[in-house]
Design a protein around this ligand. Sequence first.
Ligand code: ZN
Length: 459
Amino acid sequence: MPRDLSLVITGSRIITSDSIDPLPATIEIDKNGCISAIIPKKLSIDSYDFLENIKFIDTGNNIVMPGLIDAHVHLNEPGRTDWEGFETGTKAAAAGGVTTIIEMPLNSIPPTTTVDNFNQKINAAKDKCWVDVGFYGGIVPGNQNDLVPLINAGVKGFKGFLINSGVDEFPCVNEQDGQNSLMMFHAEMEPSDGHGVDKSLETSDKASYYSFLNRRPQSIEINAISLVTRLAKEYKTVRTHIVHLSAADALDIIRKSKSDGVPLTVETCFHYLCLSAEEVPLGGTEFKCCPPIRKKENQEKLWKALLDGTIDSVVSDHSPSTADLKELDKKEEERDFVKAWGGISTLQLGLPVLWTEAKKRGCSFYQLYLWLSKNTAKQVGLQEKKGDIKIGYDADIVIWNPEETFVVTKDIIQFKNKVTPYMGRTFYGVVKQTIVRGNIVYDAEKDGVKNIPCGNFLI
Ligand SMILES: [Zn+2]
């Protein structure tokens, strides 16, 4: 037994890549925060009591699995730090069992579209990260010459828009830009003929969710996904990823592309799987995001695609703003869905939100591990180090109780603006401890989020 251990985690329900069912195991973690051994049985502290200065965690019957990798997070710093920030955002991640986030290039000012801008973001994030943080770069018209330097500086991929991004400093690209630098796309693109608007849902009531939903029909996503998959087929050496898929009618195009061998991955978000248009209340702008949450029947099709592997991963697309930009300072009936900021805050809540729905559908913990950790690690190129409980991997771990419930209240929320469509709801799945490279960054029973930020930059 090596003597350079810093932490030992034992328990009876541990998810590793070797087993579909959670099994008893003991995980040994060295002083570098890496997993150095996995013993296939539950051990007691007596097995280690001759070692000094090691922490020993008996997780009992809680689930132990790789920490979540949330590859779609907007922290908005620098520039819009009143919306979110690295400190509050990564503390929320830690409290939610997320051990790695990949931060989006837009909504910060400046956006991550040049190396100089990227350095500004890195400086803004220094000593403020409670979990590991990787970064995406952005593709905007005219920045093709910045892409290779950005890759060399360590970005994990690029994001481009085919529709107005919502912020002026991050303009959308056209097909030409995409041909040179395609990677990840916000897949909404307005058809030139305006085709696809569902007249039956038209409403002049600005506080009605349908005043917004009707403007973002599925055809907008299908249009963009058709373009993206066509280019992906043409440029097969470039891995292509569709972010936040909402339109189930686009699934057939995606299935066809995947079966043709196109290197395409697809993510959807917690809210598309767990919320539906029918439940959005009058003026409920906390539910507004782009692409929009669609109807229940759409949600069912997304679940089917997640279960059959057409959709690879589930992320938060945590995209907060201040409450006034969500029009929450107005009475419900006076709020304007079209004007309100489009973004949902979920970062801390993804695991319980998804688990509560997945549990009803008879899903396994192993499936959660694939959707929330393993597949995402692969998508962002971290699969040799993260996303698994495996010897040599970073000890990024979440310990949680899937049978226990909690209610979302303002005082448990760590992210900056306490605005979320999940407020007041009850969910299954309570995070007990979150561990990043062997460091306990969150402990529900002992002070919550720890004082010292120990997140690394993944660059
Ligand atoms: Zn986003």
